[in-house]
Design a protein around this ligand. Structure first.
Ligand code: A2P
Length: 340
C-alpha cells in the first residue's frame, strides 16, 4: 500500500457491521489520516475506540462528508439512498453495504477476489456497492469453478445467522433463548416468529413471485458479480438461531464435466477460500469456526449423483466480516492502491 493516508467516515458506526468495519480498518492497517463515526441522533455523544483513542459519534447529516475521501456505509437502505449521493457529490467515494445501489447499472458490485477490476467504474456515480452477505460467500468459491467449467445452474439454501439482521436481532435471540430456558414469557420485536430454537424460511420481504427479496438478491447479484446473466440461480433463504456465520448448501450444475476432487483441488488454490473436507474426521465447515475470521470455508464437496454434471458443497463464512465489513474494507484497499 502507498504511503498516502485518507480521511475516512463510517456511517452506521454503532451498528453490528459498522462496528466491525472499524475493527477491520484497524486490523487491516488501513492508512487512515482521520476518522469520523456517524450514526443516528440517538447515538450522538457515544464514544467508540479507534487505535486506542476514544472518538465521539456524530449525527449523520448532509454536512458530514466535507473533506472526506472514503465513506463506508452500513446504516440501512433509506439512509444510503439519501446520503450516498450527497457524499459522492462532495468528492467522497462511498462503499455501501446496503442493497440500495447494488443493481444500479452505473454502480459496481464488488467482491475483490472475483471482480476487483469493476472498481474502476466507481467514477460513474462515486458509489461502490458491497454485495449481500450470502452472495459474497457463495461467489468466492464458485467463481473459479465458473471460469474453468462454466456454471449452468445454482440451487442454494441458506442457514443465516441473526447478526445479519443487525444488533437488535442479536439481542432478540439472546433474550428469547434466556427467557425460554427459564420458563419465562418472551417477546418478538424483530422477527415475526420466535427465532430461538426455530428456523424461519423468511428473510427480507416477500415479493409477488413468491420469493423473498433476500432470495432474489442472491439471484441477481450472483449474475452481476460473475458477469453472466445466463446462470440459472434459485435460492431459499432461512434464518436460523445462530449468532455469527452463515452456512449454505449449494448445488451446481456445470457445462463441462467436473469431479469432486477437481473442485477440491481448484478451491485449495483459490484466494480467500479454505477447504475443510475430511468427513472421516468429522471435518467440515462450521459457523462457530468461520466466526471471527475472514476465510470462506468449503466442505462436503461431492458429486450430485442425480444429474450428469452436478456438485454439492457446504459453504460457511462470517457474515459480518467477509460477508460485509471485511469485503468493504478490501474494496477500500484496492480503491486506494489503484485509483485514489
Ligand atoms: P443508531 O445506533 O444511532 O441507531 P444495525 O444494522 O446493527 O441495526 O445498525 C444500524 C446502524 O445504522 C446503526 O449505527 C444506526 O445508528 C445507524 N442508523 C440507523 N438509522 C439511521 C439514520 N436514520 N441515520 C443515521 N444512522 C442510522
Amino acid at each position: 500500500m502507498s504511503e498516502k493516508k485518507y480521511n475516512v467516515a463510517v456511517a452506521g458506526a454503532t451498528g453490528a457491521v459498522g462496528n466491525q468495519m472499524i475493527s477491520c480498518l484497524e486490523e487491516m492497517k488501513f492508512p487512515v489520516k482521520s476518522i469520523k463515526f456517524l450514526a443516528s441522533q440517538r447515538s450522538v455523544g457515544r464514544m467508540l475506540r479507534f487505535q486506542g483513542d476514544l472518538i465521539a459519534v456524530e449525527e449523520l447529516t448532509e454536512k458530514s462528508f466535507k473533506g472526506m475521501d472514503i465513506a463506508l456505509f452500513s446504516a440501512g437502505g433509506s439512509t444510503s439512498e439519501k446520503f450516498a449521493p450527497l457524499a459522492a457529490a462532495q468528492g467522497c467515494v462511498v462503499i455501501d453495504n446496503s442493497s440500495a445501489w447494488r443493481m444500479d447499472p452505473l454502480v459496481p458490485l464488488v467482491v475483490p477476489e472475483v471482480n476487483s477490476s469493476a472498481i474502476a467504474q466507481h467514477t460513474a456515480k462515486g458509489i461502490i456497492a458491497n454485495p449481500n452477505c450470502s452472495t459474497i460467500q457463495m461467489v468466492v468459491p464458485l467463481n473459479p469453478i465458473h471460469k474453468r467449467y462454466g456454471i449452468k445452474r445454482i440451487v442454494v439454501s441458506t442457514y443465516q445467522a441473526v447478526s445479519g439482521t443487525g444488533k437488535k436481532a442479536i439481542f432478540e435471540l439472546f433474550d428469547q433463548t434466556r427467557a425460554l430456558m427459564n420458563f419465562l414469557d418472551h417477546e418478538k420485536r424483530v422477527y415475526p416468529h420466535q427465532i430461538a430454537f426455530n428456523c424461519l424460511p423468511h428473510i427480507d420481504s416477500f415479493l409477488e413471485n413468491g420469493y423473498t427479496k433476500e432470495e432474489m438478491k442472491m439471484v441477481n447479484e450472483t449474475r452481476k458479480i460473475l458477469e453472466d446473466d445466463t446462470i440459472g440461480v434459485t435460492a431459499t433463504t432461512v434464518r436460523v438461531p445462530v449468532f455469527y456465520g452463515h452456512s449454505e448448501s449449494v448445488n451446481i450444475e456445470t457445462k463441462e464435466a467436473v469431479s469432486a476432487q477437481e473442485v477440491r483441488l481448484l478451491l485449495e488454490k483459490t484466494p480467500g477460500v479454505k477447504v475443510v473436507d475430511d468427513p472421516a474426521k468429522n471435518a467440515y465447515p462450521l459457523a462457530i469456526d468461520a466466526a471471527g475470521q475472514d476465510l470462506t470455508l468449503v466442505g462436503r464437496i461431492r458429486k450430485d449423483e442425480s444429474i450428469a454434471n452436478g456438485i454439492n458443497m457446504w459453504i460457511v463464512a462470517d457474515n459480518i466480516r467477509k460477508g460485509a465489513a471485511t469485503n468493504a474494507v478490501q474494496i477500500a484497499q484496492v480503491l486506494c492502491q489503484e485509483y485514489l
